[in-house]
Design a protein around this ligand. Structure first.
Ligand SMILES: *Cc1c(COP(=O)(O)O)cnc(C)c1O
Length: 409
């Protein structure tokens, strides 16, 4: 069947997830392909924040800690995230940022393997993960061993304390085999820590089935919790009693309101908490997760593969050799974004944004396009590639203003 715009409209018409787009507030005339960096605004979040601010904060004031159960939000929202990442209830908590949760997770993991020499990661990992783990390694007197993504498997050994990886490479979109690498880590006696920043909410993650030890991830990417939404951290139930949190704050205490001067860690996942929860951001994320209610994650993944596959095919057909695809062509090996290399990727992205197609740029030369399957349509993929073809054929990206680097890319 020939691939044209009307065919894409047909694909949308028969898409079982098509109606999910109505769960989001999206501006007219914009093709949003950056939900992997900042998820779109779900319907109901603005009103929920209004209620939390006006009724709970404004009227109930401090009584809301009990009356509105603000204090347990990190765990309640954690249990909702747990369903999306294949975790049982009671082992995910939502708090702080991914960077801080990764610090807690890898510090705690390294403490569980004191006799070993290194933390292992790959060179495709996200910079903050690298920076945090360098600090953690230095603290524990460990080396941080960094290998190519394809060499992780053979680098796991009996001196490996922790294997800490991001499942989907933020730059290339390459997806690690979590099941296999976790098993290899365990066979070698190491702890497996996974960063799910580009996984949670994009496709089903099976933390329990993969027997993952620890995991972290973002609230503001595919989970749509809004700018700066708090992150999550998972600890396998079997590890919880032995898991230590390097930041021993009062909300990680078994009884914070005893105001005891001795630290006694909470028995469950609350021990990963630190201080007063971010109530407004948690309320936003809690409401945002309604967008996933009754969504079949297998269906979600199927659509994601079709969207990314369609984009790859259209780019190959219409833009040919102008861009180099750096995302795996095999859908089993990629996440939900596609990246293209171009010497002037930054300017190309700016020219696209100017025409209402929003992707992003990742240094040094990558144009990145995220496909959030809850709200991205097949026709959006068509329109994005058509706009790219126009930007390239008219050389619109050469305009000087598109070459001025902004603070956030
Ligand atoms: C987005 C992302 C982060 C972001 O961390 P913050 O602490 O929220 O800024 C961390 N790790 C990975 C792999 C990411 O993709």
């Amino acid at each position: 069947m020939s691939l044209d715009r009307s065919r894409c409209l047909e694909l949308d018409a028969s898409d079982p997830l098509a109606a999910m787009r109505d769960r989001f507030v999206l501006p007219e005339g914009v093709v949003y392909l950056d939900g992997n960096s900042l998820g779109a605004l779900p319907v109901g979040v603005a009103e929920r924040l209004q209620r939390t601010i006006r009724d709970e904060w404004g009227i109930m004031l401090i009584r809301s800690w009990n009356e509105a159960d603000w204090a347990s939000l990190p765990r309640r929202v954690g249990d909702r995230v747990a369903k999306l990442i294949g975790a049982p209830p009671g082992c995910v908590v939502v708090c702080e940022s991914t960077s801080i949760n990764l610090y807690k997770a890898t510090m705690g993991a390294a403490a569980l393997r004191p006799e070993r020499g290194h933390i292992l990661t790959d060179s495709g990992n996200f910079p903050t993960d690298m920076y945090v783990m360098r600090g953690v390694a230095a603290h524990h007197g460990l080396d941080l061993v960094v290998v190519e993504p394809g060499a992780v498997e053979s680098a796991i050994g009996e001196d490996t304390a922790v294997v800490a990886l991001t499942q989907v490479d933020y730059r290339t979109g390459r997806r690690h085999d979590m099941h296999r690498l976790t098993r290899l880590a365990h066979d070698a006696g190491a702890i497996a820590v996974w960063d799910l920043a580009h996984s949670a909410g994009a496709f089903p993650v099976a933390l329990g089935d993969c027997d993952v030890d620890l995991a972290v991830g973002c609230g503001y990417k595919y989970l749509n919790g809004g700018p700066g939404a708090p992150a999550f951290v998972y600890v396998a139930p079997r590890l919880l009693p032995r898991m230590s949190n390097p930041i021993t704050g009062w909300f990680g205490h078994a009884r914070p309101f005893d105001f005891s001067l001795e630290f006694d860690p909470a028995p469950g996942i609350d021990r990963l908490r630190v201080g007063t929860p971010h109530v407004l951001s948690l309320a936003a994320l809690d409401e945002a997760l309604d967008a996933f209610e009754d969504v079949d994650l297998v269906e979600l993944r199927r659509k994601s593969e079709r969207l990314t596959g369609l984009f790859i095919e259209l780019v190959a057909n219409r833009l040919g050799a102008q861009f180099e695809l750096i995302t795996p062509i095999d859908p089993a090996h990629r996440g939900s974004h596609v990246s293209l290399r171009h010497d002037h990727a930054y300017a190309v992205i700016q020219a696209l944004i100017d025409r209402g197609v929003i992707g992003d740029f990742r240094a040094p030369d990558v144009a990145r396009f995220g496909f959030a399957p809850l709200y991205t349509r097949f026709v959006d993929v068509w329109d994005a590639v058509a706009t790219m073809a126009d930007v390239m054929s008219t050389a619109a990206w050469k305009r000087p203003e598109f070459h001025v680097r902004k603070a956030v890319t």
